[in-house]
Design a binder for this molecule. Sequence first.
Ligand code: FAD
Length: 459
Amino acid sequence: MSQPAVPDVDVAVVGGGATGALVALHLLAAPGLRVALVEPRPAPARGVAYSTPRPEHLLNVNAARMSAFDDRPDDFLAFLRDAPEAAAIPDTALPAMFAPRRVYGDYLQARLATQSRIDALARLETTVEDLVPGEGGFELRTASGAPLRARAVVLATGGLPAALPVPAGGALAGVVDAWRYDAVAAIDPGADVAIVGAGLSMVDVLLTLHANGHCGRIVAISRHGLMPLGHVPGTVPQAGGVAPLLPLGVRARMRVLRRWAAEAQAHGRPWQDALERLRPQVQALWQAWPPAEQARFLRHAVRHWDIHRHRIAPEAAAVVEAMRRDGRFSLHAGRVLAVSVHDDGRLRLDWRRRRGERDETLAVDRVVNATGLEKRPTQVPGSLPAALRTRGLARPGPHGMGLDTDEAGGVRDRAGMPVPGLWTLGVPRIGTLWESIAMPELRGQAARVAAAALAHVRG
Ligand SMILES: Cc1cc2nc3c(=O)[nH]c(=O)nc-3n(C[C@H](O)[C@H](O)[C@H](O)COP(=O)(O)OP(=O)(O)OC[C@H]3O[C@@H](n4cnc5c(N)ncnc54)[C@H](O)[C@@H]3O)c2cc1C
């Protein structure tokens, strides 16, 4: 029996979500370069965030800042101008719009599809399970068995949801993952729902339940009982360097930040302005801290940072506030201890309030896992992360978060040396960069990683 032909490419991009599609798009601009994109989802360029079909799921960054290209800052605005979803919005209001995420997926997909060499892109609809380094590159082993060899590999695998913080929780019928948009939308409007986690994924869930006219009780439980705050319309990037903050530790930086917020308010501006001043410099601020100070931030300040930094669209914040006010939704600080099936077939959630001394029980029809992104590579499900570790091709990043990478995104092996021809970007770089999750950072990373991979194969 003849063996199937093994496609040989110059660069294989593993993961065809937002960043993988952008890396492929940049690589295709190099004449003659052979590029493969491996992604199990049928539609490329959407990944977790932009595959939601739900119109109520909005971007949490305004349109002015969501271009996929650093050198064409108005590119998303140009796309949006012709999108039916923005037809009623005057041109002058478009930059401040928080567009539906599915429209952003349309945008990325359209930009990839119209790349002039798109026909040269080999697309494999499967998952990469293992990466075997060899002579002059890598063999990629896929779930479908489709063979693939590449001289360089870019891991654009994004993030996966963290498991429920209780044993076997995810395996119970009635437990729904927040990123399974269809399953959340199918929740009966009369159901009593418990949401575990109170970040952006919880907001997605609330918006969908609200859009479906939910009338059952909704309770969210998170360790600190804090949820993302809203953007203020018209907040704009602020001038003013962050150099004075660089030598300061966590507490001192927080004091300065509070002062900036107070000053903004004293001038009739929102506190959000203070965050806008920091936002483009977060990577530099993170990297200026020694590991012990970074660890202090992760221990004491991260949740407060998250709710101020990862803000939600004003209209989303208004819906959540209305649901809170009318009593349909409540948020508690506490720890989930167990999820099990109750005698009457409902789900039973055992939990303990923050600083509480006794366990409490909730009986609900559905539990939604909205615990968000799994940052620890050792806990990420799937074969590839484990294979990379077993082969010594990768090691956990600082503080056990993401993968250890060099300045260019080169993946460091077990011994800390960059693996020739292997790069990553986005969430896997979170330990090194901290701010490595949103498009304003990722678009630049995509261009730089593509350039590095090109130089490697052409060098
Ligand atoms: C719910 C949500 C909302 C968000 N909203 C915003 C926003 O409004 N603005 C913003 O700037 N950022 C937002 N983000 C951040 C978001 O992570 C980035 O904008 C961007 O989508 C990340 O792109 P990525 O390519 O790294 O990950 P993804 O787009 O998720 O792509 C990763 C892809 O890799 C694939 N994959 C994983 N493992 C393998 C494997 N072994 N083999 C093959 N394929 C694999 C997955 O199927 C997935 O499609 C949001 C994130 C989430 C989760």
